[in-house]
Design a protein around this ligand. Structure first.
Ligand code: ADP
Length: 903
């Protein structure tokens, strides 16, 4: 036999096998068995044990109720799911076993607690459904950010032999959505390389019929209303997602006692699903994001250990603004019209600095309307959160007036969405106390708002004053002047006396509590007054809660209006952040066009520029075009190490990303033909952890790039072919450059990706002479008579004359003797090979690459010879025939070479 509490625990635990069950026992949340071991380890708290009837002892670890929030945050932050079980009745009045039930399940992707959320980041729960159809893989992705209510759908397709690339795209989308948790069907394998909390749902919730039912139940509309095809993986994914979200809801049966924050449904306020078009945005891969240090995570893992683009831009005053900016930078657009709308907003705020300052002042610390709305909808918002939500909406209305009186046409559309605030917001803002107390019945609502509330308040006041009167009466009766009535959480109201005074207490008083210094008593009139007061307080609390709840529901009923205002605040905040950066750093508005051109005048690297002293960064121009007519299609950038080559490459990509995200750019002038994909192989990445050599990774990425780049792409290659021998490296670098620039014998009509190709192989500069779309540029250095060099960071047309390797080594502080020796060796080598040390140039154009090896006819003939069956005479004549064949072949080859050299 186990104890009844143990039985109750085991029953509940069986319903939440995948979650840590926090089981409320008095002032503690306890965990048992394996949960206890896990929790003790994760929270670094003591593991003990408790007798459990004949079942023996069970491991036990607990946390005090008061500090549960912080422990929850830690557990969920580590990817665990936690089911919170409360006492559903007051233990003091319960008869027998206290009723208990799970009131909420908190998981990384379903948290609504501010302590579990980053203000500037989305927190999504994403379900994935993978289908294999003959030669294609289809991934359906459904995402819900329950903290904001935003729901998205996506479908990504790929060929079966490109599974790795497909998963990388999925990973990128998950990062863009801010995924915290992945929902998968029970038996489907976890996506490779995705380190997020996993939740499993029965496979049937991903089936079309079940998914349809979930959607009908959630949205009261059929899947087709949201563009969901029957049997599609996206339908499966949203089915799995909704059923998972439902499973983290509180027990339907769980009524909740007063002291526990009422958990509501985080399903109630989900918005209708919106499709994200996979092809509608500027794309890049993981290596590119890291090379460009776009977000803090990219910057941290880029090895540059530095500042991210987002950090440079983030002057946002609010969480929603920060989230919007993150998404904008993470998914720049391909539609000029939408980009221009964003740019118009930034420009308006650049041109009107006074308006910008007024707007940023209002937006500093602006309430997170979306998340507050979600908490309100889930009945989790405290009175002060409701006050912030309501006042935020009123403030948004004020911002609308600011914008309107500025007359800025570009901001009119946002202004219109900022107000007017829903009536319920105005009522709440006016009637909630300036700083509402944490709970109802404590004066959440101002006087004169609601009759029932006012009546409740005066009853409480009357009961309090009667209690004070009783205090005086008791003093008079007992003659103890210092007598006090005090309140204790577990004993209620008691007569409080010092030890000395206690001796004079009348015998009719019951002693309830003895402490070292004090004695506490109860008395029949006191009990009556206490009942009167607690009843009044209860009524007052109910009246306040009822009133606020009416307003809350009314406001939640206006969710679309609130969301619209929230979205406008986020956009305005981001636009004003971008405008501040633009005007401080003299950025300019880019010109976007549907062409293959890219022209940047006096471009700078936004991150390096921000870190440099004023005027310390040397601006450079870039001119590229897909046809090689206005600027090269492929620009070979040479120059010594540390000269600024990779900075130049990176700044070009960052300017494109900023422009297509709708930001001004660090350049005097920029004309940008829309870019569909960016491939950046810049800076060394070490992926040895994956068991692949750096060279292998480089080649894999290069392969992907050559397959994936289109004529609208931007390609940045830095020091390709470095990880192997010089000859190999040079050969590979040249072949890649040729292929990007149209390959051998290319015609002018063809277009290629705009490419910056930085290399230390000076031999490659010869390509400019043979391929029309290739040109050379060099990053300048100045060398004085002593052979000391100074970096000028200026990119000029033409090839660098030498590599200055030894000089750079000297600057880096290599010992004098080593540098001297290197100088001597270099001079020696240069003498031996005539001029500069160079591997012999590879003939241009190089032979075309063939996928299937061509078999030489001579080899074929040889293989066909039946040597055993030949007479000696037949053998000799076969040999003559073969020699003749070989000679003809050789003559042909010589003529080919001659004609190539002549051309
Ligand atoms: P490379 O790729 O040629 O080895 P980098 O691009 O890494 O060189 O540049 C080396 C350093 O020079 C950078 O860390 C940066 O601080 C500085 N630098 C690069 N370009 C510029 C520039 N245009 N103006 C000022 N400093 C620059």
């Amino acid at each position: 036999m186990v104890t009844p509490v143990r039985r109750q625990y085991l029953d509940l635990k069986a319903r939440y096998p995948d979650a840590i069950l926090l089981f409320r026992l008095g002032d503690f949340y306890e965990t048992f068995d394996d949960d206890a071991k896990l929790v003790a380890r994760e929270l670094d708290i003591a593991l003990t044990s408790k007798p459990m009837g004949s079942g023996g002892r069970a491991p036990l670890a607990g946390v005090p109720v008061r500090s549960v929030e912080q422990h929850l945050a830690r557990l969920v932050g580590r990817g665990h799911r936690v089911a919170v079980c409360e006492q559903l009745e007051d233990p003091r009045s319960a008869r027998g076993l206290v009723r208990r039930g799970v009131v909420r399940v908190v998981s990384p992707g379903t948290a609504l607690e501010p302590s579990l959320l980053e203000a500037g980041e989305s927190a999504a729960c994403c379900a994935i459904d993978l289908r294999r159809e003959r030669q294609t893989l289809q991934v359906g992705l459904a995402s819900a950010d329950v903290s904001t209510g935003a729901v998205f759908l996506m479908q990504l397709n790929g060929a079966v032999n490109e599974e790795e690339a497909l998963w990388e795209r999925v990973e990128r989308e998950l990062a863009r959505l801010g995924a915290r948790e992945i929902v998968l069907a029970e038996e489907s394998p976890a996506p490779p390389g995705i380190a997020l909390a996993l939740a499993r749902q029965p496979a049937r919730s991903f089936r079309a019929d079940q998914a349809e039912r979930e959607i009908e139940a959630q949205y009261r509309a059929p899947p087709a209303a949201f563009g969901l095809e029957p049997e599609s993986p996206a339908l499966g994914a949203i089915g799995g997602l909704l059923s998972y979200l439902r499973s983290t809801q509180p027990d339907a049966s769980a009524g909740v006692i007063e002291s526990v924050p009422a958990a509501g449904s985080h399903l109630a306020h989900l918005s209708a699903p919106r499709w994200i078009e996979a092809a509608g945005r500027l794309e890049w891969d993981r290596a590119t994001a890291r090379a460009l240090a776009l977000s803090d995570r990219d910057a941290a893992s880029s090895g540059a250990g530095g500042v991210s683009l987002l950090e440079v831009l983030d002057r946002c005053g609010s969480g929603p603004g920060r989230r919007w900016l993150r998404t904008a930078i993470g998914a720049p657009l391909l539609e000029i019209e939408r980009i221009e709308t964003r740019l118009d907003r930034v420009e308006a705020l650049v041109r009107m600095p006074q308006l910008r300052r007024a707007v940023s002042a209002r937006l500093r610390g602006f309430p997170d309307l979306e998340r507050l709305l979600s908490r309100a909808a889930a009945a989790m918002a405290t009175p002060s959160e409701l006050a912030r939500l309501a006042r935020g909406l009123i403030e948004a209305e004020q911002i609308r007036l600011d914008l309107e009186s500025s007359g800025a046409a570009a901001l009119a559309a946002l202004a219109e969405r900022l107000g007017p605030a829903p009536e319920a917001a105005a009522r709440l803002a006016q009637t909630l106390a300036e700083q509402p107390p944490s709970d109802y019945g404590m004066g959440v609502i101002l006087a004169g708002v609601d009759d029932a509330v006012d009546a409740g308040r005066s009853q409480v006041e009357r009961a309090r004053s009667r209690l004070r009167e009783l205090e005086q009466t008791l003093r008079d009766e007992s003659g103890i002047d210092q007598l006090k009535i005090s309140y204790h959480r577990s004993y209620g109201y008691l007569i409080d006396l010092s030890r000395g005074q206690a001796a004079r207490a009348p015998v009719s008083w019951e002693r309830r509590q003895s402490l070292r210094e004090r004695e506490r008593f109860s008395e029949s009139r006191l009990r009556a007054r206490e009942l009167e007061l607690t009843t009044a307080e209860q009524r007052f609390a109910d009246a306040e809660r009822e009133w606020v709840d009416r307003m809350r529901l009314e406001l939640v009923g206006q969710a679309p209006t609130v969301r619209r205002a929230a979205g406008a605040v986020a956009r305005l905040d981001a636009a004003s952040a971008l405008a501040s950066v633009a005007s401080e750093r003299a950025w300019s508005r880019p010109l976007l066009e549907p062409s293959g051109r890219l022209e940047i005048e006096a471009g700078r690297h936004p991150i390096v520029e921000a870190a440099s002293a004023a005027g310390g960064f040397v601006p450079n121009d870039t001119e590229l075009s897909d046809d090689g007519l206005r600027g090269a299609q492929l620009l070979l950038v040479t120059g010594p190490n540390m000269a600024g080559k990779s900075t130049y490459l990176r700044q070009t990509a960052l300017i494109v990303i900023l422009a297509q995200a709708g930001s001004f750019v660090p350049a005097q002038r920029a004309r940008i033909g829309l870019v569909d994909r960016i491939f950046a192989r810049v800076g060394a990445h070490d992926e040895l952890s994956q068991g692949r050599s750096t060279f292998m990774v480089e080649m894999l990425e290069t392969a992907r790039l050559l397959h994936g780049a289109t004529a609208r792409s931007l390609v940045l290659l830095d020091e390709i072919g470095r990880g192997t021998s010089t000859w190999d490296g040079l050969a590979i670098a040249q072949a890649v450059a040729e292929s990007l620039a149209g390959g051998s014998g290319s015609e002018r009509i063809e277009r290629g990706p705009r490419t910056l190709f930085a290399t230390h192989f000076h031999e490659l500069t010869a390509l400019a002479g043979s391929l029309s779309r290739v040109a050379n540029a060099a990053v300048e250095v100045a060398e004085d008579e002593d052979g000391e060099i100074t970096f000028l960071y200026r990119v000029r047309a033409g090839a660098a004359d030498r590599s200055y390797g030894v000089q750079v080594a000297a600057m880096a502080g290599l010992p004098e003797a080593v540098v001297e020796r290197a100088r001597t060796l270099l001079a020696q080598l240069e003498r031996q090979s005539g001029a500069a040390v160079q591997p012999p140039p590879i003939p241009i154009p190089a032979p075309p690459l063939r996928l299937t090896p061509m078999v030489d006819p001579i080899v074929a003939d040889l293989a066909a010879l039946d040597v055993d069956g030949l007479t000696p005479l037949e053998a000799i004549s076969a040999l003559y025939a073969l020699r003749e064949e070989a000679r003809t072949e050789l003559r042909g080859a010589r003529m080919d070479v001659a004609s190539e050299v002549g051309s």
